[in-house]
Design a protein around this ligand. Structure first.
Ligand code: AKB
Length: 318
């Protein structure tokens, strides 16, 4: 019987992934976990347990006692936060992965999902339509940890037969939960500021194109990848996913179609250098060919939905 554990479920991806998994497999088949003792508000109706992924003993006990078959490991420090705390980012992003990979290696898990990122690419990577297999020389701590993690996933699959699957997420855009500590966060923040004040100061330059994706597409891709027959999964480090590529200026032009007086200003900070090292657009032909990936949201559809749904009250209170 399938029983899923989502680790780091209180974050931007987790809160929406848990809902999708519950819809698909039933509430009893999903256990959400996060480092917080208290269940996060967004998971109030889910089965919840407090868990630090670095606590190997507790993780192992939960997996065995609950009869967990599949783990989605989302706990990680993102690019901007990781630059401020490199050692801890490396520890969390790598040790957490090893703790889960080893449980699968020892036969306690059937499948693992582990998220990678466009951050595995670096300044020497071809920037436009970045291929699945290409130069990867990441210049951030986060990117280094994701690139190493990808190779460990491929290694555990090859040597020990671990069924681990992964996606290189672009920047993710959603309104249920805020992103925390990423370089692509501007593309979420902008909606709250546009709705509340009619203006936004971007920490990236006007012409910084980055690949992004609306969260519904990202969580659907995640579950589709995990539910695809194993023989279809040909890439065992991590799949490229394309998403929607746009600059802050293009995003603000689209917002202006709904809020004509919206204004954007630019005050780039340390995140500009990170963004400039990443691809501008991604080629995801392998995901399309291997497990039938198909994106649904474009810029127009995503912007209309975000402006309709974001609630500035909660954002500005926090
Ligand atoms: C970040 O900006 O760090 C993340 C990512 C692209 O992985 N959103």
């Amino acid at each position: 019987m399938k029983k899923v554990l989502v680790i780091g479920a209180g974050g931007q991806i987790g809160t929406e992934l848990v809902l999708l998994l519950e819809d698909k497999f039933g509430k009893e088949a999903v256990l959400a976990s996060d480092i917080k003792e208290e269940c996060p508000q967004a998971l109030a109706h889910s089965n919840y347990i407090s868990l630090n992924v670095l606590d190997k003993e507790k993780l192992s006990a939960i997996v065995k006692e609950e009869g967990i078959t599949d783990v989605y490991l989302l706990a990680a420090l993102l690019s901007a936060t990781a630059e401020k705390n490199p050692k801890f980012a490396w520890e969390l992003n790598m040790e957490g992965l090893f703790n889960v990979l080893d449980l699968a290696k020892d036969g306690h898990l059937k499948k693992i999902f582990w998220p990678s990122s466009i951050a595995v690419f670096g300044p020497t990577t071809p920037k436009i339509n970045t291929p699945q297999h290409t130069i990867m020389e990441p210049s951030t701590v986060y990117g280094i940890s994701k690139q190493a993690g990808e190779q460990w996933c491929a290694y555990y699959h090859e040597k020990y037969g671990v069924d681990v699957r992964s996606i290189r997420y672009p920047g993710l855009i959603s309104y249920t939960s805020l992103p925390g500590g990423g370089t692509t966060d501007y593309a979420v923040d902008i909606f709250y500021h546009a709705k509340q004040n009619g203006e936004y100061t971007s920490f990236l330059n006007a012409d910084t194109a980055l690949p992004m994706m609306y969260m519904d597409d990202a969580v659907r891709a995640t579950v589709e990848l995990m539910e695809a027959p194993a023989e279809k999964i040909k890439v065992r480090n991590s799949y490229n996913l394309g998403g929607i590529s746009f600059t802050p200026e293009e995003l603000s032009n689209e917002i202006r179609k709904h809020l004509p007086s919206f204004e954007i200003n630019y005050a780039p900070d340390f995140r500009q250098e990170i963004a400039s090292s990443w691809p501008q657009s991604i080629n995801d032909d392998n995901a399309v060919k291997d497990w039938g990936w198909k994106q649904e949201y474009d810029l127009k559809k995503m912007v209309a939905l975000m402006l309709d749904k974001v609630d500035p009250k909660a954002y500005f209170k926090g």
